[in-house]
Design a protein. Sequence first.
Length: 135
Amino acid sequence: IVFWDVQADSYAFYDLLFSDKNKTFLFVDKMQRQWSDWNAFLGLLVRWASLYLVLQDYLNRWITDTKKIAEETKYHPFVLKNAIKYSSLLKQKWQKLKDFYSSLVELEYDLKNWIIYDKSFWLEIKKIVDTFYQV
């Protein structure tokens, strides 16, 4: 049950990230109060960021058939159809999203190797979100 709740929250996170910085920060605060398992949330943030990058790569090559993309990537077609609504935003923020993904992966590495402490996870997520919005 926890996985599905975290997955829904990570999807909601990206809905907010792609639309409203302040609401994204408020959502991160809510997640901090609600979830003690930062690892599950971070894992899904990485997974969703990866999905958006893969999807944009296909769209850049003019491949828009979600069934074809689903066959090749093993992502569920429903997930792809929901994600494709961000295609114009993904194109605009392509480099920002790549940097966002890299920052998440680096954060995961740093946490799992005790380079930074897990108590600072939520602050680090906020820093990464802030960087996503910088010009």
